[in-house]
Design a protein. Structure first.
Length: 505
């Protein structure tokens, strides 16, 4: 048994402990205006230029509820198989923090709009795809906080910073919190289930059109709760890793926290109930603030907003606007594309389903689209530690490369070099081809000259081909490909070679 170590290897930890997870996901809605005022919500505006007395909490200002935000929340609840409340209201959550200008947050406390839902997710196992049902405790509305920037330190966090700046542009943006019930029984699949859940949730939000769910911009953020216990014993003390901002990091955060907590328990220590901060560079987390003492947020009903009582007619009208469920859509695409469950799982795990679908819609063959997104491009994404969709390559560029392959201007080897240039920021497809001189050598004269040179260097091969050993042609084709730096069409070279020698297939 390992003791006095910062971490225990994951596989070893799984022999002694059972992980229990819970996930809290915050989604910024893509409304044009904020939750309780008419301020704009566009990302990237100059600091503190999208604010007004309401979202700054100035005395005498009165909030007005954003109807589109309510509609979006109901649609989210319906898509997650939730019950929609017939009556609910907002509450004030009182606490002080510099990015909360009012010293309270308008949220929902004991009366959320949506409750008791579920979302099925699929994870890959050695025995094949496994479906896990993640139950949803609640979906409630609130307003987002502002954003702090800590300057002068090495970590970008408040500890060690010389000063902090606050931008209130984000304060008041409609924010939806989706809280799962405790997820038990996943064992070693816990990290994969966490990632699959957030991935599926992101896909649902995107399908609904309620958010751009860009984790890198903070419009989707995940808090991952985890505790460990020995089989047959009561649940352990949980930690909460805050604001994990990529799908890959959700999985890594759960994985590393299992390793950390196992080491604490193995050494006879006690896991502290606290928030933790995940670090992308190390794949580890550090302690945030203790949550061992119950926090009294002094919730009370928001006096400036009337209750929400969505009629059943309104709810059913919104239900009629729901799009095809992502899981159903994937099953349809699997059938249409003629792929098996493993191939579909590969696409899902890579985050490539929508990219492949968009590529096919742009005219790319289905097999070719899958090849590029789950082959060369996925390799680059993994090397860079980013999601596929974050790569600087577009669907139209995939379509252009495939069109050039189809007309013989490129081959697969050259195409990979084209994407290498595009990903390096050297320009669009045609610019990279021109700058790197990557077009296929298609001139018969040049190819015949290269063939003659290869035959002169290997006269015995020519005799073998003439005697009927056609497979020997591969040596000459290979030599020509080397001479042309891979820029010849191998099939054309073979045809010219056989014609040159007066041999037919």
């Amino acid at each position: 048994m390992s003791t006095n170590h910062e971490t225990v290897p994951f596989e070893e930890a799984m022999t002694r402990y059972e992980p229990i997870i819970g996930l809290e996901v915050h989604v910024e809605l893509g409304t044009n205006s904020k939750m309780f005022c008419s301020c704009a919500t566009a990302f990237g505006a100059a600091p503190n230029t999208q604010v007004c007395p309401v979202c700054l909490g100035l005395p005498g200002s009165m909030p007005v509820l954003n109807r589109v935000a309510v509609e979006s929340t109901i649609r989210i609840g319906l898509a997650l198989n939730c019950d929609i409340a017939t009556w609910c209201r907002f509450a004030r959550k009182n606490y002080f923090y510099p990015d909360m200008p009012k010293d309270y947050q308008v949220s929902q406390y004991d009366e959320p709009l949506c409750t008791n839902g579920w979302l099925d997710v699929t994870v890959a196992t050695d025995a094949g795809p496994q479906v896990v049902r993640v139950e949803i405790e609640r979906v409630h509305m609130e307003e987002d906080t502002g954003k702090l920037t800590h300057s002068g330190g090495a970590t970008g966090r408040i500890h060690g910073a010389d000063y902090s700046l606050v931008d209130y542009n984000r304060a008041g943006i409609p924010l939806i919190e989706i809280v799962t019930k405790t997820v038990v029984g996943t064992g070693a699949l816990a990290p994969a289930v966490a990632r699959a859940y957030v991935t599926e949730l992101r896909d649902v939000m995107r399908a609904l059109g309620v958010s751009d769910v860009r984790m890198e911009e903070g419009s989707l953020r995940c808090d991952a709760n985890l505790s460990l216990n020995k089989p047959g014993e009561g649940w352990g003390t949980r930690s909460e890793t805050k604001n994990v901002n990529s799908l890959r990091s959700v999985e890594r955060a759960v994985y590393s926290e299992i390793e950390r907590q196992a080491a604490v328990l193995d050494s006879g220590g006690r896991v502290i109930q606290e928030t933790r901060h995940f670090h992308e560079d190390t794949g580890r987390s550090t302690s945030g603030r203790s949550k061992e003492q119950a926090e009294d947020y002094r919730y009370f009903p928001e006096p400036d907003l009337v209750p929400i009582a969505p009629s059943r007619t309104w709810v059913e009208e919104l239900r009629a606007t729901l799009p095809e469920v992502p899981s159903v859509k994937r099953a349809r695409l699997q059938s249409t594309w003629g792929i098996n469950e493993f191939e579909l799982a590969t696409l899902v795990n890579a985050g490539a389903v929508e990219l492949v679908e968009a590529s096919i819609a742009a005219g790319v063959d289905a097999a070719a689209a899958r090849k590029w997104w789950t082959g060369e491009l996925l390799r680059v994404a993994n090397e860079r530690g980013v999601e596929l969709a974050e790569l600087p390559v577009t669907v139209s560029q995939i379509a252009r490369v495939e069109a050039l392959i189809a007309d013989g201007s490129l081959n697969d080897k050259l195409a990979r070099q084209v994407f290498e240039g595009v990903l390096a920021g050297e320009g669009d497809v045609d610019v990279v081809i021109a700058e790197r001189g990557l077009a296929v050598v298609s001139d018969d004269g040049a190819l015949l000259a290269a063939i003659d040179e290869a035959l002169a260097a290997q006269p015995d091969v020519a005799e073998k081909i003439k005697s009927g050993k056609i497979q020997a042609a591969g040596a000459i084709v290979g030599a020509v490909m080397k001479t042309t730096n891979g820029q010849a069409d191998a099939a054309k070279v073979r045809a010219l070679l056989l014609d040159r020698l007066g041999v037919s297939e």
